[in-house]
Design a protein around this ligand. Structure first.
Ligand code: SF4
Ligand code: F3S
Ligand code: FES
Length: 254
């Protein structure tokens, strides 16, 4: 295969507005979309803003949308597109633009801070934690997250309804709540923190209607919906309809 020239449309602008600009850029064998953006900077648009770091699919910085689909620019091979196809690169739609392909993802850091961290069991020191391998494996899947926020960007609950942002943590952080709720050593309940109730009442679990778009775009292939969100919904529902919990709540309300 030889080098060829491809047609790109790249969004340029800032918070005051912008639009798609056309470019023709050389493409070589084995290149990814981030290579093209770098060539564009080197040859035609030196002030084009793009966020990236590792170029290895591990830092989660280079998230953007390619032909409308949330993707990592460094992990999207040019070979997935037809040579005569126009390739459109735009910033993540769910977050405010800073400039060109760079968005302000601080919404996600706010949501991260709203999830209370792991509560260590009382009386156990570092090195004394013991867990079944099955429980370790469950957590490890969620720990593969590189915080690229592609799942947060694609979820229609915030993508299409800005007003939901306040109440909805998004798939990445509901997954974090699920991980902690499933953790056999998390002692949050002993401090009075019920993670299942907070998932519903504070992190907006009920807004998720299991469309699974988050799972489809996750570059780490984490089964966000099947392994985190649905089990969390089931556990929260069990909790709500548990007759002992119901009785306890009734007595407490008196
Ligand atoms: Fe990215 Fe997947 Fe983590 Fe979401 S869960 S932030 S898509 S790695
Ligand atoms: Fe959104 Fe994923 Fe639920 S895309 S609606 S969080 S399954
Ligand atoms: Fe690090 Fe793409 S540059 S994930």
């Amino acid at each position: 295969m030889s080098a060829y020239e491809a047609h790109f449309r790249v969004w340029r602008g800032d918070q005051d507005g912008g639009g798609l600009k056309d470019f023709h850029v050389e493409v070589n064998d084995g290149e990814v979309v981030l290579d093209i953006v770098h060539r564009l900077q080197a040859t035609q648009a030196p002030d084009l803003a793009v966020r990236w770091n590792c170029k290895a699919g591990k830092c989660g910085s280079c998230s953007a949308e390619v032909n409308g689909r949330p993707r990592l620019l460094c992990m999207t091979r040019m070979s997935v597109f037809e040579r005569n196809e126009t390739i459109t690169i735009t910033p993540l739609r769910a977050f405010p633009v800073v400039r060109d392909l760079v968005t302000d993802v601080s919404f996600n850091y706010t949501k991260a801070r709203e999830v209370p961290s792991f509560v260590p069991p009382e009386g156990l020191g570092p090195g004394e934690y013991r867990m079944w391998q099955e429980d370790v494996g469950r957590s490890q899947e969620f720990r593969k997250c590189i915080e690229c926020f592609l799942c947060q960007d694609t979820c229609h609950v915030v993508r299409d309804f800005e007003e939901n942002k306040e109440a909805f943590a998004g798939p990445r952080f509901l997954m974090r709540v699920a991980e902690l709720d499933m953790h056999p050593l998390d002692a949050a309940a002993e401090t009075g923190l019920d993670r299942k109730s907070t998932a519903q009442e504070e992190h907006g679990l009920g807004y998720c209607n299991i469309t699974k778009c988050c799972t489809e775009v996750c570059p780490e292939q984490i089964k966000i919906t099947d392994n985190a969100l649905i089990p969390l919904k089931e556990r929260a529902a069990d909790r709500k309809y548990d007759p002992l919990v119901w009785l306890g709540n009734k007595i407490r309300r008196r």
